[in-house]
Design a protein around this ligand. Structure first.
Ligand SMILES: *[C@@H]1O[C@H](CO)[C@@H](O)[C@H](O)[C@H]1NC(C)=O
Ligand SMILES: *[C@@H]1O[C@H](CO)[C@@H](O)[C@H](O)[C@H]1NC(C)=O
Ligand SMILES: *[C@@H]1O[C@H](CO)[C@@H](O)[C@H](O)[C@H]1NC(C)=O
Length: 515
């Protein structure tokens, strides 16, 4: 199963990892001596230029990341500081260790806001340990499938690595956690956790019933209703190097720009999907709904060939150029698919094929408000009806597309992704029954030790997604656990899905009577 999982994975990798450089951060590449020499002389030359004053300082402002100083004399930004030559890379000591946004007179925003409602699921994901707490022994039992153990002590991160993950998932996940530590320095309590970077959940709830069940707490990117895995935002928020998908913050801006290029009404009035069908039978099944001589299910489906795309510079896979249809289909791959958030961000109506898995944010979205539910057992008829309904009710359809877009661009902006991780880890840490200790022999992990040995697109994405200074604000306020809110959300979802299904039935019955 493992091997299959590795290669049959999510849509976006079709055996891609085999020929792309694997895990460059682990094999420190020896720099070419010539490059170093050239760089050295270049620096000397530029230094001389600046010294002689040939360069106006304003020319540099745009390109250099020279730390600017606050009135108190502290640097306000802390860019990557890589050791030069053969010096061993260490972690800089000058980054603030306390988060105190109110003491900075330039940055007055100590206002607190309530977190978006999907944060409530944090309580739900951790409820299994609410009574018992989490013991060291429970964590050890989660090690079986984990890729790494993360320990945070005094605001610093330590990692024990167990297995190679797919592509660089583990690396970018850890990168994200390091950025959180920089955003809110000193705010997270000490903690210890196990993380599994594979796709499908592995802690079946049926094995852990009753008061003494003691399930192992294991973090991963998705779960389902039969599993206890704790859901954590996936690596792609900090960039997905292997598919050329840049970090979330800037990608969202690009998608927004792409959205403004074509108004909803002027978009192609069909349902669009582009992906790799070979990762799951339900995707192959979806291809049967493509437009053909015999049938028009109102769809336009395309294959994504990542190998070809990578050779051609990803010309056809730019996400910001894919907001050209009124409707976009979301369908799971081997498990949840990273493509979900990009599809929902487009202002198009997302036609959401009934899923099995959930990631951290989708539980806050509701059919008919944020997306249109599609049956998994009769996709073609369901899709045809959805598109026809939308083209008959353009105002309503447009509103659904906009609501999803707003959710993604506002409630899911990178600040809230960090806040989600903050609260998840903070609530998790409260459950620990022991004091986490630095694993013997573990080195501190910091942006410098991770990013400096890498190069190419991995390095580029890390620099792009690096947090340069502590946040101006404190994290949003986590709403308290209220099972009735989550219960009524579930009811609402069921009700609107059933509503759509009954409309569909009516429509198809009427048509069959006509014939
Ligand atoms: C924010 O800071 C100002 C000035 O220090 C203070 O008066 C105000 O009460 C603070 N607001 C909050 C919500 O903490
Ligand atoms: C679906 O149909 C369109 C239009 O005929 C075609 O361009 C496309 O390649 C088809 N997709 C697949 C996956 O066969
Ligand atoms: C769309 O409108 C046409 C024309 O009024 C009607 O025949 C058809 O049933 C409608 N379809 C849906 C799904 O509302």
């Amino acid at each position: 199963m493992r091997e299959k999982e590795k290669y049959a994975n999510d849509i976006w990798h079709s055996g891609f990892e085999r020929y792309l450089t694997k895990q460059p951060w682990r094999t420190v590449k020896k720099r070419d001596a010539a490059t170093v020499l050239v760089a050295f002389f270049l620096i000397l030359f530029l230094g001389a230029l600046v010294f002689v004053g040939w360069f106006d300082a304003s020319v540099f402002r745009g390109i250099s990341r020279k730390p600017t100083l606050t009135p108190t004399g502290m640097p306000s930004e802390f860019p990557l500081r890589c050791a030069t030559g053969n010096l061993k890379q260490t972690c800089p000591e000058n980054y603030p260790t306390k988060h105190n946004p109110t003491t900075n007179p330039d940055r007055p925003s100590n206002l607190t806001s309530t977190c978006p409602s999907y944060f409530q699921w944090i309580h739900d994901d951790l409820r299994h340990w609410k009574e018992t707490g989490i013991t060291q022994d429970m964590i050890e039992r989660a090690r079986k499938t984990a890729h790494f153990r993360l320990v945070i002590v005094n605001g610093k991160a330590y990692v024990e690595k167990y297995r190679q993950s797919i592509q660089t998932r583990d690396m970018f996940t850890l990168w994200g956690i390091l950025q959180l530590l920089r955003l809110y320095p000193g705010r997270l309590p000490d903690l210890e956790l196990m993380f599994d970077c594979d796709d499908r959940p592995v802690i079946p709830s049926k094995h852990f019933r009753g008061p003494n069940a003691a399930p192992p707490p294991l973090f991963r990117y998705c779960s389902d209703w039969q599993s206890l895995d704790i859901v954590f935002p996936d690596w792609s928020f900090w960039g997905w190097a292997e598919t050329n998908i840049r970090p979330w913050k800037n990608l969202l801006k690009e998608i927004k720009e792409g959205n403004s290029r074509t108004k909803w009404k002027d978009r192609t009035p069909y349902a669009y999907w582009r992906g790799n069908p070979w990762v799951s039978p339900i995707r192959q099944d979806l291809l049967k709904c493509n437009v053909s001589e015999q049938n028009d299910w109102n769809t336009r489906l395309y294959l994504q060939d990542w190998v070809k795309q990578s050779k051609e510079g990803y010309r056809e896979s730019n996400l910001q150029d894919q907001c050209t249809h009124r409707y976009k289909i979301y369908i799971e791959g081997w498990a949840w698919s990273v493509s979900e958030k990009y599809i929902l961000a487009c202002d198009s109506v997302t036609l959401y094929v009934r899923p099995r898995y959930h990631d951290f944010f989708i539980r806050g979205m509701v059919p008919l408000q944020h997306y249109w539910p599609i049956r998994d057992n009769s996709k073609c008829t369901s899709l045809k009806f959805a598109v026809e309904w939308g083209n008959n009710h353009t105002k309503e359809a447009q509103a659904i597309g906009e609501a999803a877009s707003n959710f993604i661009h506002e409630d899911m902006k990178i600040d809230y992704v960090y806040d989600y991780i903050f609260h998840l880890l903070n609530e998790y840490a409260k459950l620990l029954k022991f004091k986490p200790k630095i694993p013997p022999g573990a080195d501190e992990l910091c942006p410098e030790t991770m990013a400096c040995p890498t190069n190419g697109i991995h390095r580029k994405f890390m620099e792009e997604s690096m947090v340069l200074s502590p946040s101006d604000a404190i994290p949003c306020t986590l709403p308290p656990h209220d099972p009735s809110v989550l219960g009524s959300l579930r009811d609402r979802k069921d009700k609107s899905t059933k509503q759509v299904e009954s409309w569909e039935n009516e429509y198809w019955e009427k048509l069959s009577k006509k014939q």
